[in-house]
Design a protein around this ligand. Structure first.
Ligand SMILES: [Zn+2]
Length: 197
């Protein structure tokens, strides 16, 4: 029996290995099978990756809602490095985190999505919890070492502006915290929904 495959729509993503790494990462998220997933490269210079529902007719129906991961070809954090020049582990960890956000959106009806958008924009605590949930879900799907590689890369990268590092420390799990999660996961075989360390 062939494995069921995700529906992926690439928008302006020409790099064959980015496409391949995205498809590989997505394959570990079977709960996203009913949802077409878009990967879009934006020409703009906005900061990082993001994951959002697609605002089309399906937006109103949770069961078949479409989702999109956006990235820019020149991430602010890697001024002199193009995304396609990043190590595979770092990119996969990043994709896994974004897909974690999408899993976190799955149970939300459209009103819940709008409330989520507002909460994320307005309350730093809400944002921090959402980021930590996305990391936790990525670890839960087997991407612990990749998520750690992404954080370490971002924290250690010489061209990373200080305000971005501060933001990472404030809102995201640290590499140590993720390692603790991976250990807990290996010991108990499953993750608690939200982990506050
Ligand atoms: Zn995030």
């Amino acid at each position: 029996m062939p494995q069921p495959r995700h529906t992926i729509v690439y928008q302006h993503v020409s790099s064959p290995h980015l496409r391949e790494w995205f498809a590989e990462t997505l394959a570990a998220y079977p709960e996203l099978l009913p949802h077409p997933i878009y990967l879009r490269k934006l020409p703009t210079k906005y900061s990082t990756m993001r994951a959002q529902p697609v605002f089309n007719l399906q937006f109103w129906r949770r069961a078949t809602r479409h989702y999109r991961v956006d990235f820019s070809s020149h991430l602010e954090v890697t001024e002199h490095v193009r995304v396609r020049e990043l190590p595979k582990e770092v990119v996969v960890g990043w994709f896994a985190h974004e897909l974690g956000h999408i899993v976190d959106y799955l149970h939300r009806p459209w009103r819940g999505m709008i409330a989520f958008g507002l909460g994320y924009a307005l309350w730093s605590r809400y944002m921090r919890e959402a980021e930590r949930r996305a990391d936790t879900i990525a670890v839960d799907h087997g991407f612990g070492s990749e998520v750690i590689a992404t954080k370490q890369y971002l924290m250690e990268h010489a061209t990373l502006p200080d305000h971005y590092k501060k933001r990472l420390r404030k809102y995201y799990l640290s590499a140590d915290e993720i390692e603790a999660l991976v250990t807990a996961y290996e010991a108990h075989g499953e993750m608690p929904d939200i982990v506050e360390i």
